[in-house]
Ligand binder design. Structure first.
Ligand code: GLV
Ligand code: MN
Ligand code: MN
Length: 417
């Protein structure tokens, strides 16, 4: 039937999808319609429980791996075949919105329900995954779950990462896994036959073009650094400026110089200092230590590396007489998604009568890591004014449903290959 693809997409229930999105948005709700549901927090654990409950009510199998990546599985007819995977993350920024990440998980579940409601059998199982700590705001860096899943990193590497209160990732992970002791463990399964992640665009392109579906061709490269400036604590009233090693003043000089070094007349390079911690953070004490973050992104690996190489020298020079220690906590090369999956998304959009646009992603996603082990691409839907990582983040119920229709169609096609 024209506009309904193979009939699965037509079973996507936009109001069920929206209801679930709004129910999840209550977990960690903050003023201004936002969400604070950071990785492995009480709120994250509560969201996981809700997802498991929804999945079990439909009879899907649920499992978790050692990184607490959570998998919901609708079985396929041929048990020997690798599954098709979809999903995203349920953790949020500290002042995040109601759609970043969680949309892809709920759209994935909606696709399973659409298949189920249609009574459709697929050759391959379809799994929905909720990746652990995509955001990296509580535990640096992000995408820990998908890095471990794809072999880009070992879980042990992250265990000592601590949050602002000194709680280690390892401890928070054990607590999260311990909160659901009945979940079967799933580790070391064969790589999925394909991965398709649905997500809000988090940028303005689709909205400006009035196109409801983005077929995502890849993700730009990104690197994260932690810069530690060391000075000396001293009394604010008695210590002459000449005698000070003021870590905050040094950090401010370093950030100002970095801004100069990171200017880009084409406005393609993205340079962000988003975290700034001052020790001892007292009004009448000269700061002895400042730790700040750098998030650097560019579509070209060479340009990204060229700029990144300048960071240490710029900081060391600007921070004198203070000391500088820099560590790179994240290094993601630019990723080009598999053209066959991008085309499958485009064809699925056509089948359900939705216009689509090829688009590349400025934000990072778990899909960039899964792409190492499985043919991967993403589906974007527009979000209001391109705003994300903000309480006011918004995607309309119509666009959310449209993305889920294309996802359901794409998954059902891939799961029968
Ligand atoms: C994910 O939120 C990112 O940092 O792009
Ligand atoms: Mn996200
Ligand atoms: Mn995000």
């Amino acid at each position: 039937m024209v506009g309904e693809g193979n009939g699965i997409a037509a079973r996507v229930d936009g109001s069920r999808l929206w209801r679930r999105l709004m129910e999840m948005a209550e977990i960690g709700a903050i003023p201004g319609n936002g969400v604070n549901r950071q990785a492995l927090s009480d709120e994250d654990i509560a969201a996981r429980e809700v997802l498991v409950d929804w999945a079990r009510r439909r009879g899907y199998a649920v499992a978790v791996d050692d990184a607490a990546n959570l998998f919901v599985r609708r079985p396929g007819g041929d048990l020997g075949l690798a599954p098709v995977l979809t999903g995203s993350h349920m953790d949020s920024q500290p002042r995040g919105g109601r759609f970043d990440g969680i949309y892809g998980v709920i759209a994935g579940l909606e696709a399973l329900d659409a298949l189920d409601d249609a009574g459709a059998a697929t050759r391959r199982a379809i799994e929905v995954v909720a990746w652990t700590n995509e955001e990296g705001s509580r535990f640096d860096p992000g995408c820990m779950g998908s890095m471990v899943f794809s072999g880009a990193a070992q879980l042990e590497r992250f265990e000592e990462a601590v949050d602002a209160r000194g709680i280690s990732f390892g401890r928070a992970l054990a607590r999260t896994l311990g909160a659901a002791p009945d979940l079967p463990r799933r580790n070391g399964e064969a790589a999925p036959a394909a991965y398709v992640e649905a997500h809000i665009e988090q940028g303005p392109v689709l909205e400006a073009a009035s196109v409801p579906i983005g077929a995502v061709t890849g993700v730009q490269g990104s690197q994260r650094f932690v810069v530690e400036i060391g000075g000396s604590t001293a009394h604010a009233g008695t210590t002459p400026v000449r005698a000070r090693r003021d870590a905050l003043q040094a950090a401010l000089r370093a950030v100002a110089r970095l801004n100069e070094a990171m200017t880009d007349s084409n406005d393609v390079l993205r340079f962000t200092v988003g975290r700034f911690e001052v020790t001892p953070n007292s009004p009448n004490t000269v700061p002895s230590k400042v730790v700040f973050s750098i998030d650097l992104r560019h579509p070209s690996a060479e340009e990204l590396d060229r700029r990144a190489r300048r960071i240490a020298r710029v900081c060391e020079k600007a921070a004198l007489p203070c000391t500088v220690r820099i560590s790179r906590t994240f290094d993601q090369r630019p990723v080009a998604f598999e053209s066959g999956i991008v085309e499958a998304i485009e064809r699925s959009a056509e089948m359900v009568d939705l216009p689509s646009l090829r688009i590349s992603s400025g934000a990072n996603h778990d899909a960039a890591f899964v792409a190492r082990v499985s043919p991967t691409a993403m589906i974007f839907i527009p979000c209001l004014r391109g705003v994300s990582h903000h309480e006011s983040e918004y995607a309309s119920p119509e666009d959310c449903a449209a993305g889920a229709r294309v996802l359901a169609q794409t998954l059902s096609v891939l799961a029968d290959r």
